[in-house]
Write a protein that binds this ligand. Structure first.
Ligand code: NAD
Length: 275
């Protein structure tokens, strides 16, 4: 099935397969987002820190696709945390994107030692109330930071975390699910490194006449993650989209889930990342 959406806990829906643009220059972003939209992607994941909101915005403007058919996520960078600074940062992101609203606004990192995520979350609630973000959520939150946010009574719609076969985040996925928070998988392909070379994934790919990247994306979709693989290569942007046609058996899904490793993390640990 193509273009599947998931239900968010605030009543909105989110396309399960999207397109990520970390480490893509603004001018390249305009070009590759345009290609992705032509292929059929409707969900784009960017962030202030990626420096390409303008390029993403130009691609959206030039696409001719009605705004309501698109799902655009951006993220608040760490040095903008705090009540007033968050409200200002949202306005600046919207300006760069050339949009009246984003579909999802995320606190990029919890930054537990800086102690500002609750003030920031208060501003996020204000941003949702004003309609500048249809949904609000968090990214890279520790269990404690997520619990603190839950205790405010406003449950994040989504939690975006590093998640790929070698680092499957079962514990955090369970905590998210318990609160009806959709888990979004960042670096879903493990940044195109070890996960893609895995023997089990290679064997499953061969059995399906698919590529390892497609099998990994199919696994994310099957276990209920939102996923937005990044590529600047046209063939791969198409290949990743076509992963929606790969249906894994329950046994294959279990085998891939079993690949997780204690040393599978690639990016920073949210607990230790305070700038
Ligand atoms: P990814 O796991 O999507 O891997 C991307 C890399 O995999 C590409 O650069 C390419 O080398 C390779 N690749 C892509 N498609 C391929 C294919 N079909 N065949 C072979 N190789 C392929 O890595 P990512 O960019 O880190 O993560 C995806 C998105 O997640 C980002 O663009 C961004 O939107 C988001 N993200 C968020 C955070 C966060 O802190 N919230 C952090 C990192 C990434």
């Amino acid at each position: 099935p193509r273009n599947q959406t998931l239900q968010l806990n605030d009543g909105n829906t989110i396309p399960q397969l999207g397109f990520g643009v970390w480490q893509v220059d603004a001018d390249v972003a305009e070009d590759v987002v345009s290609q992705a939209l032509k292929i059929g992607y409707r969900h784009i994941d960017t962030a202030k820190i990626y420096g390409n909101e303008e390029g993403v915005g130009r691609a959206i403007a030039n696409s001719g696709i009605p705004r309501e058919e698109l799902f655009i996520t951006t993220k608040l960078w760490n040095d903008d945390q705090g009540y007033e600074s968050t409200l200002e940062a949202m306005d600046k992101s919207l300006e760069r994107l050339g949009l009246d609203y984003v579909d999802l606004y995320l606190i990029h990192w919890s930054q537990p030692e800086n102690g500002k995520y609750l003030d920031t979350w208060k501003a996020f609630q204000e941003i949702k109330a004003s309609g500048k973000a249809r949904s609000i959520g968090v990214s890279n939150f520790t269990e404690k930071a997520l619990q603190d946010v839950l205790d405010t009574g406003t449950v994040p719609a989504a939690h975006q975390i590093e998640l790929h076969p070698y680092f499957n985040q079962q514990r955090m996925r369970d905590m998210d699910a318990q609160h009806d928070i959709v888990t979004e998988a960042w670096s879903p392909l493990g940044q195109g490194k070890a996960d893609l070379q895995d023997e089990t994934i290679g064997r499953i790919a061969e059995a399906h006449g698919a590529t390892p990247a497609q099998v990994i994306i199919a696994w994310h979709l099957a276990i209920g993650n939102v996923v937005f693989p990044k590529s600047v290569t046209p063939e791969r942007i198409q290949e990743n989209w076509d992963a929606q046609d790969v249906t894994l058996s329950p046994e294959e899904i279990e085998q891939i889930t079993g690949l997780t490793r204690d040393d599978g993390r690639i990016g920073p640990d949210p607990a230790d990342f305070n700038d």
